[in-house]
Design a protein around this ligand. Structure first.
Ligand code: G3P
Ligand code: CA
Length: 377
């Protein structure tokens, strides 16, 4: 991802940022009508890899917690096993979030897609969390398995009081030719490409029942085209990024040459090459069937999920002016929820669904601890 910046970049970003204060009131914005037409809550709470601040990402503990907290969507990164089964895992490899080094030492650096589902299912995808976050560790997280898409669908359907939708990313789609069709086939088989209404009377359908029960997301234009071809009626989001395969950056200084103390500081100063470059990607999204974009954000306190500031008010206004929604990734703190909301976003990817729901004044009736215990963790 060769991305760079310079002093001229910083000047340009100041100029671009002079689009003025664009603060959308989430409940009244015209975008609420755009979202409503797609059956998408506004603003939307997108549980990033589940409630992954509180439980190991992309495991049953994480997805059940997000569901029971009341998140609108369970977010996942979709991959395909060596024997053709769709499963959820963010990283290309297994080292960070499983004990692959212990179970398959000779293959520890292989991509997850080089393993059969039976092999993947032998891995412990929970213990790493206890080691990384001892203050949130639980003995019951030890041994949690990687989940298939089928299993996540079961979880999404598993609470009669709240049925979240699915927000599915085709991960590294070039590695998985045909994954868009595989996904369509699975969603069709499970009845997830048609709205279903199990709610009686005049009660509005839940996210997991209406038209927007599935949202498809990708960073890759080519995968967006294929998703549109396979599932033309399903809402899609083009994820935005500065770098290879995404927006051109305004200059070519590498992180190593930038003098910045960490990647977050480096990313925060990067900008699209110019305003037209940003607008071009909105056109790419729209021309290929997306109903919105998923831009990154620079987080107030930095960290590994702090990237480019692509939710500046002028950017959100330009996106809205083209009839597109903005779902920003990945925010966990109220200070960033407020900044993003003031800048006009229509939904937020978060690892902390409990906190975002509180921010949107939709707090869960039970605590994170109570819900984890209720689910046997
Ligand atoms: O899907 C977009 C959001 O999840 C951020 O990207 O790298 O966490 O999949 P990533
Ligand atoms: Ca993702």
């Amino acid at each position: 991802m060769p991305v760079t910046f310079s002093k001229s970049t910083l000047l340009l970003s100041l100029l671009l940022g002079m689009g003025g204060a664009y603060a959308a009131n989430a409940s009244n914005a015209p975008e609420a009508a755009v979202a409503s037409a797609q059956g998408i809550p506004h603003p939307a709470v997108i549980a990033h890899r589940g409630a992954s601040f509180d439980a190991p990402e992309s495991t049953a503990a994480s997805y059940k917690l997000a569901r029971d907290l009341g998140a609108d969507y369970l977010e996942m990164d979709l991959q395909r096993s060596k024997d053709g089964v769709l499963f959820a895992l963010h990283d290309n490899g297994l080292l960070r979030t499983t004990d692959v080094a212990k179970k398959f030492p000779e293959r520890k650096d292989s991509p997850a897609s080089a393993f059969t589902l039976a092999e993947l299912k032998t891995l412990d995808a929970g213990s790493w969390f206890n080691q990384a976050y001892p203050q949130r560790a639980r003995p019951s997280f030890v041994g949690l398995p990687i989940l298939t898409l089928d299993e996540i669908i079961d979880i999404a359907q598993g609470n009669p009081q709240h049925k979240p939708g699915l927000y599915i990313e085709t991960k590294e789609p070039k590695q998985f030719p045909g994954i868009e069709r595989d996904l369509k086939n699975k969603l069709t088989e499970r009845g997830w490409l048609k709205p279903v209404t199990t709610t009686a009377g005049n009660v509005a359908p839940q996210t997991g029942e209406g038209k927007g029960r599935v949202i498809l997301q990708t960073f890759e234009k080519n995968s967006l085209e294929l998703l549109q071809k396979e599932m033309p009626d399903t809402p899609k989001i083009l994820l935005l990024w500065i770098g290879e395969g995404g927006m051109a950056a305004s200059s070519g200084v590498s992180f190593a040459d930038s003098g910045e103390k960490d990647k977050a500081a480096y990313y925060a100063k990067l900008q699209p090459k110019d305003k037209d470059e940003f607008l071009h990607w909105l056109d790419v999204a729209k021309a290929n069937g997306a109903i919105g974009t998923g831009p990154s954000a620079a987080l107030t306190h930095g960290g590994a999920q702090s990237y480019f500031d692509l939710i500046q008010p002028w950017m959100n206004k330009a996106t809205h002016d083209k009839g597109l929604l903005v779902h920003v990734y990945t925010l966990d703190e109220p200070v960033d929820f407020k900044k993003a909301t003031d800048a006009g976003v229509d939904g937020i990817f978060t690892n902390r669904a409990s906190e975002l729901l509180k921010y949107y004044q939709r707090p869960a009736a039970k605590s994170v601890n109570q819900l984890l215990e209720q689910n046997g963790y």
